[in-house]
Ligand binder design. Sequence first.
Ligand code: ADP
Ligand code: ZN
Length: 664
Amino acid sequence: MSFALVALPIPLRHTFIYRVPAALEATCVPGAPVTVPFRGRPRRGIVVERVTKSAVADTRELTAVNGPPLLDAHLLALTRWMADYYLAPWGEVIAAAMPGGQQGLAASRARKGAVEDPIVTLGLATRITLTREQASATRAIEQAVRARRFAPLLLQGVTGSGKTEVYLRAAAAAREAGGQTLVLVPEVALGSQIVREFRRRFDRRVGVLHSYLATGERRRNWELARRGALDVVVGARSAVFAPLPRLVLVIVDEEHEPSYKQSEQLRYHGRDTAVRRAQMLGIPVVLGSATPSLESLANAARGKYRKLLLPDRVDGRKLPVVRVVDMRREGAGTLLSTPLRAALAARLERGEQALLFLNRRGHSHHSQCRACGHVPTCPHCDIALTLHLTPSVWRCHYCDHEETARPTCPRCGASFMRLSGAGTQRVERELAQAFAGTKVLRLDTDVARDHAAPAEVIRRFAKGEAPILLGTQMIAKGLDFPRVTLVGVLDADVALHLPDFRAAERTFQLVTQVAGRSGRGKTAGEVIVQTCTPEHPAIAASMTHDLATFARAELAERKEAGYPPYTRLAALLLTGADEDEVERAAEAMGGHLRAASGDDVIVLGPAPAALAKLRGRFRWHLLLKGADGSRVREVAAAGLDWAESKSRPGGVKVAVDVDPTDVL
Ligand code: ADP
Ligand code: ZN
């Protein structure tokens, strides 16, 4: 008799065994999509292993094999590693790795022959002569590709040092060696400049994968990649699962970006998974950034990663001069300081462009009645509603709940609301007053509700349709506008005071990245950073582009406080509609974790999460901390085992986050 282990996309962290009928013997291979009976109804899953024995008496029979394997042995192994590492059900990891998510498990490969290999014109000449540093970085990557050995390379290059050109040359070398390259970018919509460059050089041998694509289009690119008809795949986080039979090089651009971490459903880190994938295949992986994560810097310092440096901008261009404006000395309530107004006026006069950055959308994050003190908050979440204009609504930034905003207090009817926490829409107003008649483009998630909008805004700004582009972090990274000679950071303190141990790192990265958008053409750039804490190390260091000094100081603090990269963390989040029930479950979870923790893992909590209620569910959390990551995961797994057992309160959901990035 023969059996198959099947992974199902359900929240249980083990596989299920089924008997394989003789008729399905040949097709029931690892990776194949199958239908099996489960709790009285048919379910779709993936065969992960064939075995000859079953420990279960009267094992049930597998119903159907739905097509050829959807995953090869390597991707099965990668998803298996993720399931183990992130303490997730293997079936759910596999579902996440399918181009159509869970439904992807259903479909066998579509309509043979329907997808044709792209016809391409290759070898478009480039007139760029590499700088000495670019050339030596490219050589190092090419050698690693040829050597076919795992080699993690940290490409640390200041903004405008030409990292993209290095990626392009490395991918070309990989192609010449007959191999495929996977390029991960933080966001595809805005990564479109990098996509354009790859398209220019590789024509239609480049496939783009991102969630905005219709499922059919994604499946098509997936199929082309799997068939080997693409030389390069560019995509966001989930492209790390792209099937690439000839993969010889992985590139992770802006490796420090928080968006590589998925913090819902399957909680995994795209960069870390990419490094693991390269390690499993024995190929090089390039992590590129002007502001590498402290984890990667620590790995480089330990000799685990090899550093490739691009210390200067190309063409002898200078890094911009950064000026800090102390907002405590500016008029109360103003968003545009006197120096920033003057600098903007000068740009308008000279026909140059400016970027203004504020990491808060909407008009005001906080409305409070001056008479009774009432703050309009979301009925479903424990958070103040943000005032938005056109239309005038109070909106929850977590669940999108909306109420019509009135100028009067909803509780006492008084007519004065104090507004604080200015967002992009309020800046838009202030600009309209200060520079009447000047066109301002805005880019934030409100604009991006229409998926095509960001690319359109960027195209119009690049064409010079407006002298000012105002936006949130969506404009902070990757953009290359040669006519921008001024960048204004309107409030550098927004991210600095979050109760998160990464707050300083994030602030340094954000300010440095956004400053890096200035002076990328022939004219030298200027940056104005508005802050109320000019002395803070993260802000002081970004003034002088001094990554080394900042990293040294910040790493020392992390070591002192026992935070990553010197320890490993795992968070457990418990949510439910009944607050008491959630609290009781969290207390019980604490007991189980402490029983398993020994003296090498510290259990912190339980405590209500900083966002204590979200979409009507109360949230409590616990944090595990230890020097040894596998011990931390072991303790977290003990907590999950209890959560998956029958003894836990029914209405409470438990989620685990290994290597969490937002610890609030
Ligand atoms: P980074 O990603 O490091 O910030 P980019 O890759 O965006 O920098 O490069 C900045 C600009 O410099 C781009 O317009 C690119 O085409 C150009 N560039 C890259 N390498 C060179 C070079 N060696 N000589 C001249 N221009 C270059
Ligand atoms: Zn809400």
